[in-house]
Design a protein around this ligand. Structure first.
Ligand SMILES: [Zn+2]
Length: 202
């Protein structure tokens, strides 16, 4: 389990605390948002100033809550562009960002600026899209983050460890929001098998 890091400073250094970036990634149904909420709840209990953002594209559940599939929730601000976060988060110590894969690529620069200004930035998102390709700004965020946690689901076909989001519906759109009817968490073997079957049916 992820434990908050402690950056110790030499005696003379009385400057501001350092910031850092954490990424929580994985497939659908892997518990990314639950892990984000767990970390953010701990910061709230510690009375740290927290702001949470998500892209406006994700309207699946509630307009202004980060909601995970098991109904844990925490208030969040929907924003359209990654750059909006910079202004809105200026007074917070901790910045949470959910569904990060749906943000524009500016998110990488935004997270860097936030962390450089001494903030703890926790980003959760899908690392791969339905085709198994790296999703949006996630690969770059994973590269620049101090800490990367990859969480896993269970393959809904065979029960092995799953890291892919398999789309049951035939659509080539990268963004197709959905729930259990449209997607399955799958292991590598069942994911590639499913893709082959879909391609054979086209
Ligand atoms: Zn499987």
């Amino acid at each position: 389990m992820f434990i908050e890091p402690h950056f110790s400073r030499k005696g003379e250094d009385k400057g501001p605390k350092t910031g850092w970036i954490e990424v929580i990634c994985g497939s659908m149904f892997s518990g990314k948002t639950e892990e984000l909420i767990r970390r953010l709840n701990r910061t709230l209990i510690a009375r740290q100033q927290v702001e949470i953002f998500k892209p406006i594209v994700d309207k699946r559940y509630h307009e202004s809550d980060v909601v995970s599939h098991n109904e844990n929730k925490i208030r969040s601000t929907p924003v359209q562009f990654a750059n909006d976060i910079l202004l809105l988060a200026s007074h917070s110590e901790v910045v949470g960002i959910d569904e990060a894969q749906f943000f524009d690529n500016q998110l990488v620069e935004v997270c860097t600026k936030l962390a450089n200004s001494g903030k703890r930035v926790i980003v959760a998102g899908l690392d791969m899209d339905f085709a198994g390709e790296p999703f949006g700004a996630m690969p770059a965020l994973m590269a620049i983050a101090e800490f990367v946690t990859k969480v896993h689901a269970i393959c809904m076909v065979c029960g092995d460890v799953a890291s892919y989001s398999f789309r049951l519906a035939q659509s080539k759109e990268q963004i197709l929001l959905g729930e259990t009817q449209e997607y399955e968490a799958r292991c590598r073997r069942c994911f590639t098998k499913g893709l082959k079957e879909q391609n054979a049916n086209v």
